[in-house]
Design a protein around this ligand. Structure first.
Ligand SMILES: [Zn+2]
Length: 620
């Protein structure tokens, strides 16, 4: 587990840092004591990361040590091959940032964000603490923050003590659990402190704390009110909450960042209407996927962001049900496809862009498809085992594959090869038709072509539903080559084919051919006479219609009007791919009341064509 970086024979065990934060000069003054093990007895030097800040004397085991600096590294010679050494560094200056991550002063607040969006690698602790600033070297930390005494200073772990001296106050924070350097953070300023009671699934109380700008207290109370539900859901399905406290600190940052035990959350996201619940859930989920189990290399960023993004979907599924999950996945797929349109295709492993639709949204989709592939029970066991096997540790994608294979009993190399190590998604052209058999029933023929940009053939299970007059037939067609034909036998004639009705496959598709009513061509709009007609109040009538084959989904509506031309019901109002569909009407108006018996008109309206037909309802 080595970051693509120079080999460094260092394993940090513990940081003990005194940091004086000067709010008026926007500078810091630090003293860091770093307990580390040397992991290679033949090595002649090691380094720590430190950007731009000025270094005074440095000591190794209390002996003054010479060092050389080069870009953001400080090199030390190894004289003493003791297995553990203590490095002490005095440093000071104006701490840096990359516009997203690093150290910031704003409006008498100071805060840090551990991940930079514009730095490679994204580790940002080097801007304010000398450290082995790589994701795989976790350590514990004691942080003594000295600030003007009217301010608060928050950091990771638990508050051990506060001391007031003259005009300053020192907050001693201790994270006793191993923490990756990019998850270390501070938030300093004038805060309102709120709390919420929470009892873990273990029966222990966990401190839930919020640090909010005084003007935003009411909005934050609304926006963060669902945290206990989220926490309970994740505890019940991943593992009990693995740290001593969970808190959220408002800051003048952008977005949000899952610093261990203290998520930093932008003032722009506090709106008082819960619209960013998905971000609240996302950062909390990172406390398992990122903080407890940390990526061993930035190339494995999927393990952090894909998992946290899918955890949003899992939480919303828990609250709102499976239909909502299908819609949520559709929305994630649109975000991913928008990134592909902008930046092109690239793989999830070692991605060209770490902070976008491929890593986050396609990343979530890979877990969603894994869930379909290995089934509910094995999927949840995989997540639980992942949290358990690598707790407080680091791991890489092959470690996750091994756990998923172990929990499912399946060889999944093909799955991860195509979804993680290769770019893209299946892009289908689908056509279908049916014939009446000479004996009984009907044979439906479905042709599926894979039309990917790079000619790679996915193994893609395509769930289908065929609607007939008497019910629905469900099947799964495994598309695994450029062109395949599938046949299904039915008792009654099919009316409509639905591709992937529950949204379990990341894909795009076009219906390029479908059975048309006699005399109707695929590039026509068509509206059939309803059946039955007339129909009785309290029963239903079905309306078959066809959307013309166009390059993209087409907006259309089907509405019912009374004889005065007043709209009474909307049956369809959305964009649809070309194809044959049916919709039923139960004789109720838009408020859910039965309409009076009589004559009505139903009208298909689109930009290309309007078609109107008449129907009749009988009273009881
Ligand atoms: Zn994230």
């Amino acid at each position: 587990m080595v970051e693509s970086d120079e080999i460094n024979p260092v394993d940090v065990k513990h940081y003990n840092v005194d940091l004086f934060i000067n709010m008026s000069t926007k500078t810091i003054d630090g003293h860091a004591q770093i307990l580390l093990a040397l992991t290679d007895s033949n090595a002649t030097q090691f380094y720590l990361h430190l950007s731009t800040l000025t270094m005074a004397d440095a000591f190794i085991n209390n002996q003054k040590a010479s060092y050389t600096r080069s870009s953001d590294k400080v090199y030390f010679e190894i004289d003493d091959h003791a297995s553990e050494i203590i490095v002490e560094i005095d440093y000071a200056g104006t701490p840096g940032n990359d516009g997203f991550g690093g150290f910031f002063f704003q409006n008498n607040y100071a805060f840090t964000i551990g991940q930079g969006l514009y730095s490679q690698p994204p580790s940002m602790l080097r801007h304010w603490i000398p450290s082995h600033d790589v994701p795989f070297d976790k350590a514990t930390i004691d942080l003594h923050l000295t600030v003007p005494k009217e301010l608060d200073a928050f950091a990771n772990g638990v508050l051990v003590s506060t001391t007031v001296e003259n005009n300053t106050k020192t907050f001693f924070w201790r994270e006793q659990h191993p923490i990756a350097t990019y998850l270390i953070a501070v938030a300093v300023g004038q805060y309102a402190k709120l709390g919420m009671p929470f009892v873990s699934v273990t029966g222990d109380s966990i401190s839930l704390e919020f640090y909010v700008f005084p003007n935003d207290v009411n909005n934050a109370q609304t926006d963060w009110a669902n945290l206990p539900r989220m926490l309970t859901f994740f505890e019940q399905n991943f593992s009990s909450y693995p740290f001593d406290r969970y808190s959220m600190a408002q800051a003048y940052n952008r977005g949000a960042m899952e610093h261990q035990t203290m998520t930093t959350y932008s003032h722009e996201l506090i709106t008082g209407d819960n619209r960013y619940d998905y971000i609240v859930a996302h950062e909390l989920a990172h406390h398992w996927w990122g903080d407890l189990v940390t990526l061993g290399d930035w190339k494995d960023i999927w393990l952090n962001e894909g998992f946290a993004t899918y955890s949003e979907a899992l939480y919303f599924e828990h609250i709102y049900g499976d239909d909502y999950l299908a819609k949520y996945m559709e929305a994630l797929s649109e975000i991913y496809l928008a990134e592909v349109a902008r930046r092109g295709h690239f793989a999830l492993y070692d991605p060209e862009y770490m902070w976008g639709g491929t890593v986050y949204q396609k990343g979530a989709w890979v877990l969603h498809m894994l869930r379909w592939t290995i089934g509910e029970a094995a999927f949840w066991r995989t997540l639980q085992s992942w949290a358990q096997c690598y707790a407080y540790d680091n791991a890489l994608i092959p470690d996750f594959i091994a756990i998923a294979e172990e929990q499912s009993g399946q060889n999944l190399q093909w799955f991860f090869d195509q979804w993680i190590y290769r770019a893209g998604y299946p892009d289908f052209d689908i056509s279908w038709d049916y014939q009446k058999n000479s004996a009984v029933g009907y044979t439906v023929t479905i042709d599926i072509k894979q039309q990917q940009w790079d000619k790679f053939q996915f193994i893609a299970p395509v769930e289908i539903e065929i609607e007939t007059a008497t019910g629905t037939v469900v099947d799964t067609l495994i598309s695994s080559s450029q062109q395949q034909q599938f046949q299904i036998t039915l008792d009654t004639a099919p009316a409509r084919l639905i591709i992937d009705p529950y949204n379990w496959l990341l894909k795009q598709y076009d219906i390029v051919g479908n059975p048309a009513p006699p005399g109707v061509r695929p590039n026509d709009f068509y509206l059939a006479q309803n059946y039955p007609n007339p129909f009785m109040q309290g029963t239903k009538t079905a309306i078959v219609y066809q959307v013309a084959q166009l390059n993209s989904p087409h907006a259309l509506s089907i509405k019912i009007y009374n004889i005065l031309g007043q709209e009474v019901a909307t049956l369809i109002d959305r964009s649809l791919h070309g194809g044959l569909y049916n919709v039923s009407w139960d004789g109720k108006d838009n408020t859910g009341k039965n309409v009076p018996a009589g004559v009505y008109f139903y009208r298909l309206q689109s930009q290309k064509q309007n078609i109107e037909k008449k129907l009749v309802i009988f009273g009881n």
